[in-house]
Design a protein around this ligand. Structure first.
Ligand code: ZN
Length: 610
């Protein structure tokens, strides 16, 4: 998963809010009620300011990630803070125009400003200051988190990359358990801070008119917060049967490997799924791989054999989009992107797409290697750039995806079109393998995407209940594991009482980044892929459909992308799929061959958990 630079709006948190302009401040009391002209002037200022500060933040961030030094970090932090402060100020000022009669597009911009905060600070400067400090401390506690097997020997401490590698590659149950428990030692010190964080951020959210911070997050989705929760439940109910089958099959295979530590009909131990949080099961593929069902070719081998240069891999990705009718990427993209790891300095190599000036200066930053994963990731990253290009003529406040799940979903949608048939068309593969070889490919994808779904849901279910008070501090950890069991069918390897704070061991909790977007993206990408494949006239099984070279599919895609955030997301969804409702049945369609295969493997075997 990667970031687009526009997610900076969503990751904003507020500091002490002041009235920026005389014209906006309702609480001054004596000033006259604002007029529609005032509202228009306010929004003009907002759009102009955010563009200016956004460009400063984008360029500073780019330099920082390409030349990592203390100075570039300081410069980037300053630019971030300036942006965050401005958004926080504007969000509070926007409430002054609640009763002013303005055109619909201006009303939407005012609404978006009000829901753009992830954390609202209380009006009391002391409390505001305390909250800001706690938020920073939570983040840095996680960032510095290390597992020290022997505290007397600091050189043996392991950071998250090292723990991740053990979870991914070790097949030794004891070693996996030690690493899992080890990583979770970073979190108990966060517990008190998190409790206070919840109290103070709720206070800030209430001052903005929301019931609590969780309600403020849900308000972003163009529907009443409770309706949105029901929507998520409905989507989960659609995919749950497929998840249960995958869970049962993986459990059966892990039991063959690890024995009685994996119960025959109970939850899967959390440390055996190849990932610290059991959120992506790809790493256990070698333990569960179906026999004689490999694709029969390796894209990585093909790329290496042809010695395809990174730049040519990017050109190939661009041709995918131009084949749909999109204009080629602008000149700055080719001049300013980072495609290969520089030899002379440290850079952040994690793949990302950027939109520096919210217009034509789009870029990707990757350290491309000749392998299948990077080939697919290029298609994904360019999806962000083409989205950004498509909405560049909208008002600045509308230059973002229809909701926060859409941006990631688009990149992944295109990545789903990187099929054997596509590789044949672009000359990388002579002949597509028979569809009987699909089970291996589908299993790989299911371990990543289907395995993820319940995790994508439960992080915010836990947080929403924490913010609302339904989960009290005395039951933080119990409630966490109750949800892990309910949705994922996963249990901790050992007793986890309230002396622990296991949610804190997942980045997005101490960092306070909402998580539902990843669940939405996981659902939407298949719905987009099915709709576009139908438009492209594909009659193959859905997992074999590629929209490459389909102008009609490109038109539909472009219609939705160019809307940006200017309309409620159900309207954007309708423009592409013909439906205003999210629909997880596309996932079932896509994995239908695997689902049937799982049925034969599971005949007479337990499904579900006690
Ligand atoms: Zn991405």
């Amino acid at each position: 998963m990667t970031l687009t630079i526009r997610t900076r709006l969503a990751s904003v948190f507020a500091i002490a809010a002041l009235c920026a302009t005389a014209l906006g401040c309702a609480q001054t009391g004596s000033s006259p009620a604002p007029t529609p002209a005032d509202a228009k002037a306010f929004l003009d200022t907002v759009n102009k300011t955010m563009l200016k500060l956004g460009i400063e933040q984008g360029t500073a961030g780019w330099v920082q990630q390409n030349f990592i030094t203390d100075d570039t970090e300081a410069i980037a932090a300053r630019a971030n803070q300036a942006y965050i402060d401005a958004v926080a100020r504007f969000a509070k000022e926007a409430t002054n125009y609640d009763k002013v009669d303005v055109p619909a597009d201006q009303r939407r911009q005012l609404m978006l400003l009000k829901v753009s905060l992830v954390m609202a600070t209380p009006g009391d400067p002391k409390e505001s200051d305390e909250l800001t400090r706690i938020a920073a401390r939570l983040e840095s506690t996680y960032g510095k988190g290390k597992w020290c097997p022997d505290p007397s020997k600091p050189e043996t401490c392991k950071n998250i990359d090292e723990v991740t590698r053990i979870l991914a590659s070790s097949r030794n149950e004891k070693e996996l358990r030690a690493a899992w428990e080890g990583w979770h030692t970073i979190a108990p010190p966060m517990r008190k801070d998190y409790q206070r964080f919840v109290e103070l951020s709720n206070k800030g959210a209430k001052e903005l008119g929301f019931a609590d911070t969780g309600a403020m997050w849900r308000a972003k989705y163009d529907m009443p917060p409770d309706d949105f929760t029901k929507e998520l439940d409905r989507l989960w109910t659609q995919v749950q049967p497929l998840y249960l089958k995958l869970h049962a099959y993986v459990r059966m295979k892990l039991r063959e490997k690890y024995g009685d530590v994996v119960p025959a009909n109970g939850p899967i131990p959390a440390h055996l799924l190849g990932n610290i949080w059991a959120q992506d099961w790809s790493n256990v593929y070698p333990l569960v791989s179906p026999k004689n069902a490999d694709a029969g070719y390796s894209l990585t081998d093909i790329l290496k054999k042809r010695n395809m240069p990174p730049l040519e891999m990017v050109r190939t990705g661009e041709r995918f989009y131009t084949s749909l009718g999109f204009a080629p990427l602008p000149k700055p993209f080719w001049e300013r992107s980072l495609f290969v790891r520089p030899k002379d300095r440290d850079v952040v190599c994690h793949a990302s797409a950027w939109d520096i000036d919210l217009e034509s200066d789009v870029r990707i930053k990757m350290c491309i290697e000749q392998n299948a994963e990077d080939f697919t990731t290029i298609h994904h990253e360019l999806g962000h750039n083409f989205y950004q290009r498509a909405y560049k003529d909208q008002a600045v406040l509308f230059r973002d995806s229809a909701n926060d799940g859409f941006h990631e979903a688009i990149g992944d949608t295109i990545a789903l079109s990187v099929t054997p048939e596509y590789l044949v068309k672009i000359g990388l593969l002579d002949k597509a393998p028979d569809t009987s070889r699909d089970i291996g490919l589908l299993m790989t994808k299911a371990l990543e995407k289907v395995g993820f779904l319940p995790f994508g849901l439960l992080i915010d279910e836990w947080r929403w209940k924490v913010f609302s008070g339904e989960i009290t501090p005395a039951a933080y950890n119990k409630a966490w594991w109750d949800l892990k069991l309910k949705y994922q069918g996963v249990a901790p390897p050992s007793g986890r009482g309230e002396e622990f704070f296991d949610p804190g061991a997942k980045y997005h909790v101490p960092d306070n980044t909402p998580y539902t977007r990843y669940f939405l993206a996981a659902i939407l990408q298949f719905q987009f892929h099915r709709a576009l494949s139908q438009t492209a006239g594909c009659t193959l099984p859905l997992n074999r459909c590629s929209i490459y070279e389909s102008k009609p599919a490109g038109d539909k895609l472009n219609t939705m992308l160019s809307m940006g955030l200017s309309h409620p997301w159900p309207e954007a969804l309708e423009a592409l799929t013909g439906s205003k409702q999210m629909d997880a049945t596309a996932i079932l369609d896509y994995f239908e061959p695997l689902s049937r295969w799982l049925d034969t493997q599971l005949a007479g075997k337990p499904v579900g958990w006690k």
